[in-house]
Design a protein around this ligand. Structure first.
Ligand code: NAP
Length: 332
């Protein structure tokens, strides 16, 4: 991999929610990077964004990936396009930051891992941004220090107030719980080996046919039991909670800092509306890390395609459990 002083990036899927979010950060707060080209399947959106950032509006994703003017690629397109686009970047020997999930099937993940292996260098970073969140990092430090003894179980909540009509029951796992899957592989430094999905009564706010909320249970190699309530129509706001129960104490993820407001007969703080407001530092740090890695300023790559693949394997077991109702083993 060449290490340019300033990395010229191309963004594929530039017109989406997170595409716009990353573009804004890349063009304002991330150091050592410039936007060279954008591509979105929607031509009009693509041209407008290219004009906004003074970038080339690529005619196809392949044109952007293969352009000699582009050093590295950010993939923010739909889930289903991730694996193919990432493999094309690897084939062009371009470092790629791919939003989670790396792929929607284990087979596609394995193909990306194989392609990177053949390329002989670490080219892929997956958008598991919670690893870069300062509060989760503190949790990992406390766990590592051993002061609370071994972790035994964890209780997590992932609630989002509304969801696109295209969201399916399986996407609760591959789009939502995937964050906790990666988080706990990283926090515990061990694999998750089995899992189960449970369905309570569904909210009347969910679209017809969507099971929402859902409860994920996952077990790590050493037997840590993790439960995750995943809700896509929580109505009241975006809420991420995480508490680890250890032998000698517990560790809880704090709510984001917010002023406590006392108004007539009330006292409280505002609840956020979406993911972009909840983890701004984590999104910034993950992109800065990726750019620094591409520039050769840090030697340790971020979460890579092995992590994307391992997370997908756990997700696959959970999705299997949605149909069988049983505890399913993770097969890599
Ligand atoms: P979105 O708003 O639907 O954006 C996807 C964009 O990509 C849309 O503009 C879409 O165009 C375009 N697109 C679809 N297929 C494409 C292709 N083959 N080539 C180029 N462009 C394509 O979705 P989003 O919420 O931004 O999410 C995008 C990805 O980011 C998802 O994989 C999601 O899992 C991930 N994500 C991650 C986080 C996180 O916390 N890390 C948060 C949010 C999203 P059209 O609209 O015209 O179809």
């Amino acid at each position: 991999m060449k290490h340019p002083k300033i990395v010229t990036v191309g963004v594929v899927g530039a017109g989406g929610f997170i595409g716009q979010y990353h573009l804004k950060r890349l063009s304002t707060v991330i150091e050592g990077v410039r936007i060279g080209a954008v591509y979105d399947i929607n031509r009009e959106k693509c041209d407008a964004i290219a004009a906004q950032y003074g970038a080339v509006s690529a005619a196809t994703a392949e044109e952007l990936i293969e352009s000699p003017d582009i050093d590295a690629v950010v993939v923010t397109a739909w889930n289903a396009a991730h694996a193919d686009l990432t493999r094309k970047c690897i084939a062009a020997h371009k470092p790629v930051f791919c939003e989670k999930p790396l792929a929607t099937t284990l087979e596609d993940c394995a193909a990306v891992v194989q392609a990177e292996k053949e390329a002989g260098e670490s080219l892929v970073q997956v958008g598991f941004m919670r690893r870069f969140d300062p509060d989760y990092r503190k949790i990992k430090e406390i766990l590592k220090s051993g002061e609370l003894g071994a972790p035994l179980m964890a209780h997590c909540v992932s609630r989002t107030p509304r969801i696109a009509p295209s969201h399916t029951t399986a996407m609760h796992v591959i789009n939502i719980v995937i964050h906790e899957i990666d988080l706990f592989r990283w926090l515990l430094d061990e694999e998750l080996v089995k899992g189960q999905m449970l369905f309570p009564r569904s909210t009347s706010l969910a679209a017809e046919g969507l099971a929402d909320p859902q409860l994920a249970l996952m077990w790590s190699e050493s037997g840590v039991l993790i439960d995750v309530e995943a809700a896509a129509n929580s109505y009241y706001g975006y809420d991420i909670q995480c508490e680890l129960v250890c032998e000698k104490g517990t560790i809880r993820l704090p709510d984001p800092a917010a002023p406590i407001v006392r108004s007539r007969l009330q006292c409280g703080f505002a609840i956020l509306d979406d993911w972009s407001q909840r983890f701004p530092t984590a999104y910034q740090m993950e992109l800065q890390h990726w750019v620094d890695y591409v520039r050769g300023r840090v030697s340790q790559p971020g979460p890579g395609c092995q992590d994307g693949c391992a997370a997908c394997a756990v997700a696959e077991a959970l999705i299997r459990s949605q149909t069988t109702g049983q505890v399913e083993s993770v097969t890599l």
